[in-house]
Design a protein around this ligand. Structure first.
Ligand SMILES: Nc1ncnc2c1ncn2[C@@H]1O[C@H](COP(=O)(O)OP(=O)(O)OP(=O)(O)O)[C@@H](O)[C@H]1O
Ligand SMILES: [Mg+2]
Length: 395
């Protein structure tokens, strides 16, 4: 049982006093530090996370996702108690835990690099934290064997980590967390050291694990596919700010802004400059010289708006673009045959557009290979509308 609540949480990494900003950044390692656009530097230090508000329900699986440096690990480490919270409150099961030591938070964390003890066997690695807590031997034995069973590593209990594959090591790292029966399970990019195939396999394992241990999860990844497949809800972050919180379906179907629209879904959403105008009593979007009459639901919203913008950005996902004999003219630049799908990178009047076509739907030779001429279109009900200035989803 554990609900986790973050209220207006902020994290500033203070500069070490007396040191210049530049020096401070170089201190971490000796490599030259590239100036990062997302680094929010203030007088007080680096603002890594701000205005972070999130209510995590008991047994919910939350995924924090976003590009490098957006504050995912910092947020996770604040929940774990490994990083001090600069401002705001963190509650676990209704109890304010800002000042509670990590070991007293009933939380287990799995890191990207596994952090196993190399000189200990798998069994001892998993038993270690329980031994420290002076848990009776018989109970330790039961818990370790139970976790090993869940993770299918029983046959490796006597081995040392170096005699295991990456995937097996990652299981041990997870096993070490499971034995503690934590209220909250925190995972920071646990699969990023694995190759693509193993990553897919372990992703499925985590889904199964979740069914078996039934606890609250907060999972960090920069991989949107992992986020979409694992999360009950996902939290998309950028430069320390939450951009959107929603179920995978919600963020896919209704991205809050252009950043989320571009981040979720592959290939990336196509974006078009469009003009919005009223023709007769209907609103139409004009894209590349073509008029698209908006669906009824959008007509209603637009009619109720005080001021309808005349210039907008229209987003259409590549899977929502289709080939159509009376569509927009284009030439194929690159055509990638991916088995069940064909990814067409086309160009019409200087505008690059990506189209994903199921190979079952078309005569492949008519579009694949060479710079073939194609025509494409899309349905107005599958278009997303964004404000040109604020980049927010309009309606
Ligand atoms: N100990 C620290 N001292 C100063 N700044 C830090 C420290 N740790 C992180 N930061 C900065 O805080 C910001 C957020 O870092 P964080 O590690 O949370 O990002 P992340 O989303 O986990 O990125 P990644 O995907 O690369 O792991 C970054 O700008 C980073 O440079
Ligand atoms: Mg990180």
């Amino acid at each position: 049982m554990a609900e986790v609540r973050l209220v207006n949480v902020k994290k500033i990494y203070p500069f070490v006093s007396g040191e210049e900003k530049k020096k401070n950044k170089k201190k971490k390692d000796d490599e030259p530090v590239k100036e990062k656009a997302n680094l929010q530097i203030t007088d007080k230090g680096v603002v890594a996370v701000q205005e972070f508000n999130l209510d995590i329900a008991d047994k919910e699986f939350i995924v924090l996702v976003g590009p490098s440096g957006c504050g995912k690990s910092t947020t996770l480490r604040m929940i774990a108690g490994l990083e001090e919270i600069t401002e705001g409150e963190l509650y676990i099961d209704g109890k304010l835990v800002n000042d509670v030591a990590p070991k007293d938070r009933d939380i287990a964390m799995v890191f990207q690099n596994y952090a196993l003890y190399p000189h200990m066997t798998v069994y001892d690695n998993m038993a270690f934290s329980l031994k420290l807590k002076k848990v009776p031997k018989a109970e330790i034995d039961r818990k370790v064997k139970e976790a090993a069973e869940i993770l299918d590593i029983t046959q490796y209990l006597d081995r040392k980590p170096k005699a295991l594959s990456g995937g097996q090591r990652q299981r041990v790292a997870i096993g070490r967390a499971i034995v503690r029966s934590p209220k909250v399970f925190l995972m920071d990019e646990p699969l990023s050291n694995l190759d693509a195939k193993l990553r897919n396999q372990m992703r499925a394992e985590i889904i199964k694990l979740r069914e078996k241990i039934d606890t609250t999860f907060v999972y960090v990844t920069h991989d949107q596919v992992e986020a979409m497949t694992l999360g009950d809800r996902i939290v998309i972050m950028r430069d320390g700010f939450i951009q959107q919180i929603g179920t995978p379906q919600e963020v896919f179907n209704h991205p809050a802004n252009l950043f989320v629209a571009g981040f979720i879904g592959t290939p990336q959403m196509n974006l078009f400059d469009a003009a919005l105008s009223k023709k007769g009593d209907k609103y139409v979007a004009t894209i590349l010289g073509r008029d698209f009459e908006l669906p009824e639901a959008k007509q209603t919203v637009l009619k109720a708006m005080d001021k309808v913008p005349s210039e907008v950005i229209v987003g259409v996902r590549p899977v929502h673009v289709h080939l159509s004999s009376d569509g927009i003219d284009a030439t194929v630049d690159v055509s990638e045959l991916m088995g069940s799908e064909l990814h067409l990178h086309v160009n019409s009047a200087g505008k690059d557009v990506v189209i994903v076509v199921p190979t079952t739907d078309i005569d492949i030779d008519s579009v694949h290979g060479g710079h073939k001429a194609v025509k494409y279109s899309f349905r107005p009900d599958l278009m997303h509308f964004f404000d040109k200035e604020t980049e927010k989803n309009l309606f």
